[in-house]
Design a protein around this ligand. Structure first.
Ligand SMILES: Nc1ncnc2c1ncn2[C@@H]1O[C@H](COP(=O)(O)OP(=O)(O)O)[C@@H](O)[C@H]1O
Ligand SMILES: [Mg+2]
Length: 353
């Protein structure tokens, strides 16, 4: 393996700007120093030179002085609708290679309704939905209670609690009003899928002609060539059912260390194959690169039919905590190895190895 100069680009929680008007969960998406150090160690263990650079405006100068061969990008960004795409856009202006998905994919994935429009176009299953700009928007006929209300453009369970499930018009309007006011964005209202909580991660890239195939080319094993699927992970929410029946911000942040992760999820092989195929299809139609994770709910009332909730082209990489890391571990892939797999996928894609 050739050795490279790798700049690790991230947004550290402790470097994030803070203003009075911010919500408490504003920076729940950003990374800790612990994660950062583990990533640096991992990349160095691959034999590379690695330094951390903060992914803010200072990067314009720091990246030009460090002169990396490639950047390992996990920047979530601070402000703006396409915040995850800002660092990639800068790197493209500077013509510096980077790991992971590019500008369009990262901006798309941050916008859940827009992603769902793409999935719907490709006939991939995602809950029926409507976007509310205001609490008093007229309700479409195909919206049937119970419904689920969440912010259109957040992550890490922000704005999500048991209150997100609404059973009548009054509850719906109240929850939409809360999301619009608190998160200063539209509310995504979806059909509520009661059931199990599963996520599937992958590393790699669609290879050769597969990249040009349509997702409905269901029988083609080529579609998945070049992709490494990690075992599906299920979060067992049952112990929390008194207070949380969904994967809320409270569970993801405050109670993360008390959750039980089932990995591989107890699913039959056809269901796993089905989920892998959907994950590859989502990766393809949203233009994913190198790594991704797709979140599902399996419908308890329809034979555990999978519904795609969202795609995470910048999945968390915190050792022992992040879903993707737990999935890799279930297959004996250690944190450092996972990180180097992502780096290698990018190096191969750029023709650097
Ligand atoms: N339509 C839905 N039906 C049931 N539960 C949902 C629905 N949408 C979201 N959830 C619950 O909320 C959690 C977080 O939603 P998700 O869209 O994945 O946002 P985040 O970016 O915060 O992970 C999901 O893991 C699931 O538990
Ligand atoms: Mg999610």
């Amino acid at each position: 393996m050739k050795k490279f100069r790798v700049a690790l680009l991230a947004n550290l929680k402790k470097n994030a700007p803070r203003f009075e008007w911010m919500t408490e969960d504003q920076w729940d998406d950003l990374d800790s120093e612990h994660t950062l150090n583990a990533l640096i160690e991992a990349i160095r263990s691959g034999g590379h030179i690695c330094e951390f650079l903060e992914g803010d405006i200072t990067l314009v100068d720091t990246v030009r002085s460090f002169k990396p061969d490639i950047c390992f990008n996990i920047c979530e960004g601070h402000f703006g609708d396409a915040r995850e795409a800002q660092v990639p856009a800068l790197l493209e202006m500077l013509r510096i290679p980077y790991t992971g998905s590019k500008v369009l994919t990262l901006s798309l994935a941050l916008d859940k309704p827009m992603t769902k429009r793409v999935l719907t176009y490709h006939e991939l299953p995602t809950p029926t939905f409507q976007v509310f700009e205001r609490a008093d928007d007229p309700i479409h006929d195909d919206m049937v209670f119970p419904l689920f209300v969440k912010p259109s453009r957040e992550g890490t369970g922000m704005g999500i609690s048991s209150q997100s499930i609404v059973h009548n018009e009054a509850e719906l309007r109240e929850q939409v009003a809360y999301i619009v006011a608190r998160y200063k964005q539209t509310a995504l209202v979806e059909q509520y899928i009661e059931g199990r909580e599963v996520t599937v991660g992958l590393v790699g890239n669609l290879a050769g002609p597969a990249a040009r195939r349509l997702p409905e080319d269901e029988d083609s094993p080529l579609m998945q060539q070049g992709l490494k699927f990690l075992p599906p992970m299920e979060v067992n929410l049952q112990p929390f059912f008194d207070t949380d029946v969904v994967y809320s911000n409270r569970l993801k942040v405050a109670l993360a260390d008390q959750l039980e992760y089932l990995c591989p999820a107890p699913l039959d092989p056809e269901q796993i194959e089905n989920l892998n195929w959907y994950t590859a299809a989502v990766f393809r139609v949203t233009g994913g690169l190198d790594v991704s994770r797709v979140d599902y709910r399996l419908d308890a009332h329809d034979n555990w039919k999978p519904y795609i909730l969202e795609t995470n082209p910048l999945p968390g990489l915190s050792p022992g905590i992040s879903d993707l890391v737990i999935e890799a571990a279930a297959e004996g892939i250690e944190h450092a190895q996972l990180v180097n797999m992502i780096l290698e996928a990018a190096l191969r894609r750029y023709g650097m190895i």
